[in-house]
Design a protein around this ligand. Structure first.
Ligand code: SF4
Length: 284
C-alpha cells in the first residue's frame, strides 16, 4: 500500500506562497495513495512552467520534458507499457498554447491517461504574460492595453474532441479536487481535469477570493455527467457567480488507443534476437 509519505520526494517545492500548485500536489498524492497504485507503476510527465516541476516532488517515475510536450512523452510510456498509470501535469500556457496540438489529438484518440492542467490564466514562470485562458481585456505585461483575444474553453473542447472524462476543479476546494483527480485517474480513457488556481504573483484579478465568489459545484445542482448536450451547455457557462466546477461529462466503455494499437506490454517483448548493427551501419 503506497502512502502519502511514500509518495513524498526529498526535494521540496519552491513555489510562491499560496500558489495553487501546493494544493494540487497534495491532492494528487492523496488521490494516488487512496487508489493504492504502487508508486513504481506511476509515471508523471510535464512540460515547462512553474507547475511542471511537480514530478520532482512526487516519489514515482517522472519526466520533465519540453514546453508543451508532456503529452507525447506520456503517450509513449502508455503505448509501450499499458499497465502503467500515466499522468501529465501542465500549465494553461504550456498545454493549451504550445502543446495545443497534442492536447486536441490525444483526446481524439482516447488514450488511457490523465491530464491535469494548472490553469492560472497566465504564464507564471516567464513573468505573467497572457495565456490562452486569460479573459479578454485583462492587462498583463504582454497585453498592457488588455488582451484582445477570446480565451479558449478547455471543457467544451474536451467534450467535443473525444475526452471521455471532463472535469474542472478549484485548487482551494481541496477535497473536491482530490475526488475529481482520483476518479479521473481511475477512469479508463482520456481524462482532463482543468484546475482553476491562483497565481498570487502575476494574476492579481483571479485570486482565491475571486474564485470563492464565483465558483459553484455542478453536483449541488444535480448535473448528470452522462448527458452530453447538457455537459456542453454547462461548459459554455462562465459568468459572475456562475463558474461550474465538478464532473461535466463522462462516458465509459469506449475503446482506448493504447488498447487498440498494441494491447500488450511492448516493454516485455523479447529483443534478444534483434541485431540493430546493420541499421546503425546504414545510418553512418
Ligand atoms: Fe505559482 Fe505564479 Fe509563483 Fe509561478 S509565479 S510559483 S504560478 S504563484
Amino acid at each position: 500500500m503506497t502512502s502519502i509519505q511514500d509518495l513524498t520526494a526529498r526535494e521540496l517545492p519552491v513555489w510562491c506562497p499560496s500558489c495553487g500548485d501546493f494544493n494540487l500536489l497534495h491532492a494528487l498524492k492523496t488521490a494516488l495513495a487512496g487508489l493504492g497504485i504502487p508508486q513504481e507503476n506511476v509515471v508523471l510527465t510535464s512540460g515547462i512552467g512553474c507547475g511542471s516541476k511537480l514530478p520532482h516532488f512526487v516519489n514515482t517515475y517522472g519526466f520533465e520534458g519540453l514546453h508543451g510536450r508532456g503529452i507525447p512523452v506520456a503517450t509513449g510510456a502508455k503505448l509501450v507499457n499499458p499497465a502503467l498509470t500515466v499522468i501529465t501535469v501542465a500549465g494553461d500556457g504550456d498545454i493549451y498554447g504550445i502543446g495545443g496540438n497534442h492536447f486536441m489529438h490525444t483526446m481524439r484518440r482516447n488514450i488511457d491517461m490523465t491530464l491535469i492542467v494548472q490553469n492560472n490564466a497566465v504564464y507564471g514562470l516567464t513573468k505573467g504574460q497572457y495565456s490562452p485562458t486569460t479573459r479578454r481585456g485583462t492587462k498583463t505585461p504582454s497585453s498592457p492595453n488588455g488582451s484582445l483575444e477570446e480565451p479558449i474553453n478547455p471543457m467544451a473542447l474536451g467534450i467535443i474532441m473525444g475526452a471521455t472524462y471532463v472535469a474542472r476543479a478549484f485548487a482551494y476546494d481541496i477535497q473536491h479536487m482530490t475526488g475529481l483527480i482520483k476518479s479521473g485517474i481511475a477512469h479508463k480513457g482520456f481524462s482532463i481535469i482543468d484546475v482553476l488556481q491562483p497565481c498570487a504573483t502575476y494574476n492579481k484579478v483571479n485570486d482565491v477570493a475571486w474564485y470563492r465568489r464565483n465558483v459553484y459545484r455542478l453536483e449541488d445542482e444535480g448535473h448528470d455527467p452522462g448527458d452530453k448536450p447538457k455537459a456542453l451547455e454547462k461548459a459554455m457557462e462562465w459568468a459572475e457567480g456562475r463558474i461550474p466546477t465538478g464532473l461535466f461529462y463522462q462516458v465509459s466503455g469506449k475503446p482506448t488507443y493504447d488498447q487498440e494499437a498494441t494491447n500488450h506490454a511492448v516493454v516485455n517483448d523479447d529483443i534478444s534476437d534483434i541485431d540493430i548493427r546493420p541499421l546503425l551501419a546504414k545510418a553512418k
